[in-house]
Structures are given as structure tokens and as C-alpha cells.
Design a protein around this ligand. Sequence first.
Ligand code: FAD
Length: 468
Amino acid sequence: MTGPANRSDIDWTEVAEALAPVEVIDETVLVRKRSRDFFWYSPILNAQLKKCFGDLVACPGTREEMAHCLAVAHARDLPVVLRGGGTGNYGQAVPLMGGLIIETTGMNRILEIGEGFVRVEAGALMADINAALAPEGWEMAMFPSTQDIATIGGFVAGGSAGIGSIANGALREPGNIIGLKALSVEATPQEHVFEGEDALQVHHAWGLNGAITEVTLRTVPLRDWIGCMATFDSYRACYAAGYALAVSDRIGRKLSSTVDARIVDYFPRLKGHIRSEKHLLVALVPREDMDAFEELIAERGGTVDLALTDEERQEKAIPHVFEFAYNHTTLQVLKADRSATYQQIGVPDASDDGAVAAIAEKLGDDVWPHHEFARLDGKVVAFDLPIIWFRDEARLREIDATYAAAGFSVADAHTYHVEGGGLKNADYRHLAWKKRMDPKGLLNPGKSQAWDEVRDLSPEAIEAKAKG
Ligand code: FAD
């Protein structure tokens, strides 16, 4: 029999004592705070998860302390949730069955910076990694717009792409994660090393199959990035310019995002800095390519309203341009009105701005587009993170169906099962490693539906399902 113990049978005072010398947090209000992530973006997840809380938080500061936490959990069959910055959007870091939360932010050392790579502890914040890389002339190949509060371990375990992905691909693409180390949940936790492609056995497994302790990532030479905001009269022209920038072979870029004017109206920090009631292209372009960028925008009927270095941006008290892109766009709207939500939509042909305009017509006024361009398997792709004014789940599913009928793909942002979102199907490679690394099934219980089918199989039998 595998599986976590019933939380009411656990003596949490005894657990806290056993965890010593690891720092613990047991004050209810603080434990509750650390039981949440950004699942409240989804009214569906909010209803399902808002009452799920852990029982105790452990804050290891070293790999040895992390191993001690996992050994304590193993001996008592504690449900365990690993937590970095708690910025996931699908409740990945929410303890469905209560239990021990292990917060990794104390394990935050930058261990090594070399030619094209950085080796860090899993709890390092990505803004800190970039800050350490810059003086050496490097930057992360990509990072999420939450870099100030999100950890590299959380990004590798729960994220997928971000600022830089238009140039360097998604996290999962060869060479982006050079290697990682993860601890098993056993009587004596073992550290396993995953190198190259093998890192994908742990990447995007939502902390279900091991506790990542260390990550080695690809870095790229630092460039002198200018944060740009260009505005357009029509969303279609704005989107087409975003695509043209994304595929340009003469303009470097690490961000190309387009935002409908109705969403831009929810960006008070940009008021007075950009033309009002216009559609917005947000971009990061290297200084030496600014003339070519301005030409591209003018050719497509837009104007460059803002072009700022980081120092100039700070002087004007404007946030990073990427805080108006990726899932920050949704956050800006949610700050003003909690009835908004979003969805994750793949555009079938990124070059087809006509199809993007046509689907907007079909969807109606409760769906406002916002596109991100990225590079997947060497090809430029677009995905839409539209603002949706939530009425009820039936209307949300009708919107999903409208997209699907027009050939767009939907990676549901309103499920807390790892198989339900972008992954779509069970990843049996992840689950085979779960069986090896977490044979009792204590890590993040309830987040994988497929685990319940395979938990009694051997790792090899689970892996065979991946092949067959
Ligand atoms: P958490 O939320 O703490 O954890 C995420 C998952 O990883 C959980 O399942 C957790 O159990 C697991 N985990 C954490 N640490 C470990 C570890 N050491 N070992 C094993 N498992 C672990 N995502 C993107 O991909 N790109 C974006 O641009 C992006 N933008 C965002 C913008 C906003 C405003 C918000 C709210 C979210 C955004 N996200 C984005 C989602 C999220 O911020 C990122 O994926 C982020 O990197 C998660 O890091 P975290 O430290 O907050 O992880």
C-alpha cells in the first residue's frame, strides 16, 4: 500500500521537533499564506482550491536540510508539497491533502558561472540569477515575467517558456536545461543527476517526482536591451507587426507580445506614456537594432511611443516592459476587476493574422486577445492568453469550443491536474521516475490522475506505457 497518511492522524508538533534543526513555520496564518499560489486567476480553481491548506512549513537552507525534511516525511508518510515562489497559475503548489510544505527559497546560492552556463541552487530567484550573470556578460536564455519572486526550481518544475523564448525556444528544448539534481523521498534520500535530455524526466512534473536541489542552465551573451512600446490603430496590424518582429532576421528580440487596446486600458502605469485607446506591441530589442525596429513599426502603420533603457525606465517609475506581457497582462486586469480570467490558446498558423482577426469576431466582446510569440522546435509560434470576462463555466467551455472548431488548440488553464493543461496526456516518463524517486507517492498527492492507475506497477512497466 502506498500513499500519504491521513493528516488528522499526524502529530504535527512531533513532526516539527523531528525536523530540527530545519527552520519551521507553524503559525496558521503564515502556513495558509504559503498554501496558495496564483490559482485564483481561475474562478473554477478558486472555488476548488481556496480551502486547501498545508499543516506545517519547513524551510531548508541546504541540500542536507532538504534531505532531512524528505526523510522525516518518508518515515511518517507525510503528504509533501515543494514550494518555490508560489507563482504557479494552476494550484501546482497547493497542498490538496494538507501536509508538509517545503519552501526552497533558503537554498538560493549561485554556485558557478561559466561560458554559456550557470549552476544554481533550486531556490534561487531568477532576478538574482540574472543580476549575478550581468557583470559577467551573460543572461538567462529565458525567464518568466515573475522573475522577481519565482525560483528557478519552480520554473523548471512548473513553467514552460518566457522572456527570451522568442530567440531561444521553450525551456524543454535541447540545451536550455543542461542538467539538474533531485532528491528522492526515501528513508535515506538519494540525489539523482539528470543530464541533457534526461532533465526532461523532471521538467514540468510539478514536483511530483523528486525535489530539485540544483539546476544548470544555458546562458546567452548579455545584450543592451531597450524596452519598447509601439501602438497601432487595429489589433490585426499590431499582431502582424508582432509576428514580423518575431520572424525578422535583421532585428534581435527577446520579447514580442501584442495586447488589445481594451486590455491596455487596464494599465494605469502606462497612462501618459503611450497613445490612449490603441493596441500595444511590447518588445525588447537590442540597442543596435532600434533603427530597424522603428522602420518595421512605421511600415506597419504603428508608432514607437516608448523606447527605454532600464535606467530610464526606473527614472520614470515604469515597470519592466515584460510586466505587460505573458501572464502579467492578466494580472494587471485582475488588479482592477476580479471577474476577469484567461485561457491558453495555441494559434494554428502564427503568420495568419486573418485567422486571428476572424476568431476575434466569432468570439464576441467577452474575449479580448493578447498574443505572445515564441520559438518552438525552431519555428515561430503564437499563443493567445486572452482576457475572458467570466460568466460561468458553460460559457468558458463554449469559448474553448469556438477556438477548437476554428483549429486553435486549448491548453486548459482551469485544471489542477498535471495531465489536464498543456500536457494533455499522462507523461509516463515522469511517472516512472516518480515510482523510483517517490515510491510511497507522497509528493504533491492528488495532482496526477494517471498516478492512481500506475502506482502499483514497476518503473519499467510504467515506462513501457510511454512507448506503447
Ligand atoms: P511554484 O509556484 O512555487 O511551484 C511551481 C511547481 O513547481 C509546483 O508544482 C511545485 O511543487 C514545484 N516545485 C517548486 N520548487 C520545486 C523543487 N525545488 N523541486 C521540485 N518541484 C518544485 N510561467 C512561465 O512559464 N512563463 C511566464 O512568463 C510566466 N509568467 C507568469 C506571470 C504571472 C503574473 C504569474 C502569476 C505566473 C506566471 N508564470 C509564468 C507561472 C510561474 O510564475 C512560473 O512558472 C514560475 O517560474 C514558477 O516558479 P515558482 O518558484 O513560483 O514555483
